[in-house]
Design a protein around this ligand. Structure first.
Ligand code: ATP
Ligand code: MG
Length: 139
């Protein structure tokens, strides 16, 4: 288990709006180092597996349908205290409540389409990193 990584996804609407470049620039600006990265698309089954912790929540269906609706960018980011540092950098879940200058404030559309994912614990960061990347894909 690595305590200095987090897993991010640039979500389908942000990809569709052409925000991959600007979001990667903000990630670099925040001092995060890219350990692994891929442009890919989740199947509905993969999205359901990724968001399994939310399966009893009322928004699970919409969330997994949206997350499998188009291509995403997944990446492992490294920084000291990466999980909390990245959550601070992306801002609140609802872009309307995210601090000005954060990634979700700048590039989020609404609560469901909030531009990016960020892991919520060190344990989940490691589980989510393993979901997308083999150890041989990390540099
Ligand atoms: P993420 O896990 O995507 O980084 P988060 O940790 O800030 O976001 P979670 O509570 O894990 O928020 O919720 C996962 C995702 O589900 C959110 O990013 C958001 O897109 C969606 N979501 C959360 N709450 C709601 C809600 N009440 N209605 C609709 N969608 C929601
Ligand atoms: Mg979460």
């Amino acid at each position: 288990m690595t305590d200095n990584i987090t897993l991010t996804m640039i979500k389908p609407m942000a990809v569709k709006k052409g925000y991959i470049g600007p979001i990667l620039a903000k990630i670099a600006e925040g001092g995060f180092r890219i350990v692994a990265m891929k442009y890919t698309k989740l199947s509905l089954e993969q999205a359901q597996k990724f968001y399994e912790v939310h399966k009893e929540r009322p928004f699970f269906r919409d969330l997994t349908a949206f997350m499998s609706s188009g291509p995403i960018v997944a990446a492992i980011l490294e920084k000291e205290n990466a999980v909390q540092a990245y959550r601070d950098h992306i801002g609140a879940t609802n872009p309307a409540e995210a601090k000005p200058g954060t990634i979700r404030a700048l590039y989020g559309t609404d609560l469901g389409m909030n531009a990016v994912h960020g892991s919520d614990s060190i344990e989940n960061a490691n589980i989510e990193a393993d979901f997308f990347f083999a150890k041989t894909e990390r540099y």
